[in-house]
Design a protein. Sequence first.
Length: 347
Amino acid sequence: MNSGMKKSLAVLVATMTMTSGAAYASTDSPPAKDGYVQTTAASVKQKMEIKVNGVPIAESGYQNGDEKEMMLPLRAVTEALGFTLTWKQEDLSVELNKGNLFTTVKTGVDRYAVNKMEKSLGIAPVLLDNKMYVPVSFIGEVLHGTILTAGNSVSITMSEQVKTMTTKGVVTSVYSSDKFSSVHINGINTDGLVLNVGKDTVIETADGKKLKLSDLKPGMAVQAEHSLAMTMSLPPQTPTYKITVLDGTDQKELIGTAGAIEDVRTGTNGEISLVIKGEGLTETSPDEVVLRLADTTLITHENGEPADKSKLVKGAKVIGFYNTMLTKSLPPIGTAWKIVLEDVPAE
């Protein structure tokens, strides 16, 4: 390659880099001028007709010859499915939201965010003809829709009937931000289940009193109605439609420690204490604590069912919940409000 050709190629690449960011500012605007470069136009590719829930849409997809993958116009398809899209000019990405489902798509990056996890589909989103296109597998793998292809057409359906399941558990942490909220139950770190909470998630007490996410505290027993679909992460995550608090609404400042029982102590008055060593659930929770079992202490399985006190033996995995009134000894000593016994999977 001579120096003139190298220089021309460098100018072409630089022009594409500087101008491609404007390509998605508006899906209804004409292609950008003043040096906008597009290496392959969708118009010269094999067009694919698209139906969404049985209704044809104006936009068409195309067959990617190199990857042998059908590509779909992201905005036209997802808006027809009821999603809200937000374009992020700073990194050429799109945020999609519908109910409890939130995901992001970034130009040129084969990583699709689902429930805070990322998965690859083998082909990255592209900007062509002032529109972002994604592989047809995005509909099934990320949005959990149904795809049917026949010749030069594709039919996309997404049933409004949500298939759900119910899980009972105990809250171990609550996370909330402007973009994402979740409730972790039945464990910490890689254990348990993460319930992803959206604006449409209903949170209430067993008698129907409405609650806010901020009302959920560690130690509360809850029943969650959530999607059958879960991520393959540890812990798995799932969109959640309803959280019902079964107990503990009167507890305001509970903290907790998850781990194994290091020792079971019996005092001269017959009082039983558990030495739990593991990891504190909050910044103020010690990693090792001695908890006295009072007559009012709740002892339950992860699903909230009562557990026998005799199961609290050395080596058993538990989560202990208690208030902030602890001795200044090492380890600190307090009174257990609830002890949750980790269920051992059947072999």
